[in-house]
Ligand binder design. Structure first.
Ligand code: PLP
Length: 390
């Protein structure tokens, strides 16, 4: 006898993974150059060279027992201080080391945040399109996930829909900006209006409604578009950050949770997040990588190749007649499916060895996602296939 929920989560592969595996099997048959795989958001630029240098320096300079030993459960002080310094330089946010919990990437950090907030009967809102893993994360935390319908075609936030869905049971709203899958960035104006709404409703319900800001793509933004630092707009925010995409380190499992000093019941909230991570067995993030972050927290990715891909795909697809959400950030394009049925389009594309992900799983039917963290050459070669499909 096994836990049925866990069994189902473990035995059903996500649609994205299915497509990715399919792509691999097709590549073995027709050759990798003939498969146009836009399914998976795996960074395609290497980590900055300073990361490798930092690893070498750490292994040379430091006592191996310190490098590979357990760290403090909430993370090394040096890493937390380096992150705080970086955030304060960029956002004047008043971040202290004791507001930071070093986590094993955004996924377990989100799980910890949801578990910390999930009082009995709790409801958590996600704004569509949203990262599909929120559903198991929230539900296994014991809360209910409620999906705010998408704001088509601009993919900001439908505030009137949020307002209608807020109840006395709402404990949090999840935001992901820059957004996976839409590539859009929530504007300061959108965030300020949402903050005012949440503040008003928090007072009405007599408890804080938190924003959980899922931010693995914070640094991936193009054309000078502003990514507002949400805690500066709404202090009852828990930031879940990751170096998976910003430093191209998804396999290393490193990031942090930030609980602003001004957040309601800061110390209890921080302790609840640390406790939730403890209960999930996710304390003491990889030690070597904490040492790397202590030295590399101020590094930013070189976005040149993503930006080049973004422009080539956006220009190429719009010239072909596709309707594409304006992609300001992350490495995704969200495209309206010709004919309106994204599953049918994705299936037809698959028959042409072009792999795109239907938007249904992101809470946004009728659109499909294209990950442009791929080779530029593949983009150019795939455009005629997109042309045939439309
Ligand atoms: N949140 C979003 C929106 C993502 O796209 C991803 C990964 O693709 C994650 C969270 C998980 O990130 P991590 O690799 O840091 O766990």
């Amino acid at each position: 006898m096994f836990n049925q929920t866990c069994y189902e989560l473990g035995s059903n592969r996500s649609c994205i993974r299915e497509l990715f595996e399919y792509g691999r099997s097709r590549a073995a048959i027709v050759g990798p150059e003939n498969v146009f795989d836009y399914s998976l958001g795996n960074p395609s630029i290497p980590a900055p060279p300073q990361v490798e240098q930092a690893i070498r320096d750490i292994l040379t300079d430091m006592d191996p027992m310190a490098v590979h030993g357990y760290t403090s459960a909430v993370g090394d002080l040096a890493a937390r201080q380096a992150i705080a310094e970086d955030l304060n330089e960029r956002y004047a946010a008043g971040v202290r080391a004791e507001d930071l919990f070093i986590g094993c990437g955004a996924a377990p950090e989100l799980v910890a945040a949801f578990r910390a907030l999930a009082v009995p009967g709790a409801e958590i809102l996600a704004v569509a399109p949203y990262f599909p893993e929120y559903k198991p994360f929230v539900e296994c935390a014991g809360a209910a996930l409620k999906v705010v319908p998408p704001d088509v075609p601009g993919f900001q936030i439908r505030l009137e829909a949020v307002e209608a869905m807020l109840t006395p049971n709402t404990v949090a709203v999840i935001l992901n900006s820059p957004n996976n899958p839409a590539g859009t960035v929530y504007t300061r104006q959108t965030l300020e209006k949402l903050a005012a709404l949440l503040q008003r409703k928090s007072e009405e319900f007599d408890h804080p409604i938190f924003i959980v800001a899922d931010e693995p793509y914070r640094e991936l933004v193009y054309g000078g578009v502003e990514v507002p630092f949400i805690p500066n707009i709404y202090p009852n925010t828990v930031v879940c950050y990751s170096y998976s995409k910003s430093l191209s380190l998804p396999g290393e499992r490193i990031g942090y949770v930030y609980v602003p000093q001004q957040a309601a019941e800061h110390d209890r909230l921080y302790a609840a997040i640390a406790g939730a991570a403890r209960a999930a067995g996710h304390v003491c993030a990889p030690s070597l990588w904490q040492k790397v972050i202590a030295r590399c927290a101020k590094l930013r990715p070189d976005l040149e190749s993503y930006d080049r891909n973004r422009r080539a795909l956006y220009d190429g697809l719009t010239a072909l007649g596709y309707e594409v959400a304006k992609p300001d950030g992350a490495f995704y394009l969200f495209v309206k499916a010709p004919g309106g049925d994204a599953n049918a389009f994705s299936e037809k594309a698959k028959q042409n060895d072009l792999l795109v992900v239907p938007g249904d799983g992101f809470g946004c039917p009728g659109y499909f996602r294209v990950c442009y963290c791929v080779s530029h050459d593949m983009i150019i070669r795939s455009l005629p296939v997109f042309g045939e499909l439309i």
